[in-house]
Design a protein around this ligand. Structure first.
Ligand code: ADP
Length: 195
């Protein structure tokens, strides 16, 4: 059982690695970006609201995002643990998550941050935009705005969990399998320390 936050800037490979980790460790993978895209695809009210923020590269307001996350967690009930991808994206979201888990006598075990430099991020997002069709991956201004939001609002989440001695950084440059191995090493270390 492990509750893990996979952290890092947009385009750092969180989604790719989270899927692989969820499969290997039997974790529930929750990506707030994927949840928003599902709502957008189904043309729901929540989807329409989310689009107006996503297309500017801004964060969707906390009350909407946190509500959506809680209902996703409640729907799935208990599992071997959860891997959070794209959440929490600011300190208020982190506090809300900790509070929600504490009510269930649960907690975040570890936040792992993928370290990738700005130029690599921009290159990767533009490459992804060519195949994913994601509008927010195809416009340089939107990409820059997402990077700015990451630096100003999201990065402090690292310090928040670091103060609780729960944050670690992994080199996010390399091929998918290399990075996956690095993440597995960290997770195996954390889970064996716990027993
Ligand atoms: P990336 O990590 O490449 O930016 P995501 O799929 O995680 O892609 O997120 C896409 C967009 O969805 C974000 O730019 C933001 O507008 C919105 N979003 C995703 N997660 C959150 C969140 N936790 N809080 C607010 N907005 C979010």
């Amino acid at each position: 059982m492990i509750n893990l936050i996979l952290f890092g800037p947009p385009g750092s490979g969180k989604g790719t690695q989270a899927k692989k980790l969820a499969e290997k460790y039997g974790l529930l993978h929750i990506s707030t970006g994927d949840l928003f895209r599902k709502e957008i695809g189904e043309k729901t009210e929540l989807g329409k609201l989310a689009t107006s923020y996503i297309e500017k590269g801004e964060l969707v307001p906390d009350e909407v995002t946190i509500g959506m996350l809680k209902s996703a967690l409640d729907q799935h009930g208990s599992s071997h643990g959860v891997i959070y991808d794209g959440f929490p994206r600011n300190v208020d979201q982190a506090k809300a998550l900790d509070h929600f888990l504490a009510e269930r006598e649960d907690e975040i075990d570890i936040l792992i941050s993928l370290k990738v430099d700005d130029q690599e991020i921009i290159d990767r997002i533009i490459q992804r935009g060519k195949v994913s069709g994601r509008a927010d991956d195809q416009n340089k201004e939107i990409i820059q705005s997402r990077i700015n939001v990451y630096k100003n609002e999201t990065q402090p989440v690292y310090a928040y969990y670091d103060a609780l001695d729960k944050a670690l950084t992994v080199n996010g440059i390399g091929n998918i399998d290399e990075i996956f191995d690095r993440l597995c090493d960290v997770i195996d270390r954390v889970t064996t320390e716990e027993v």
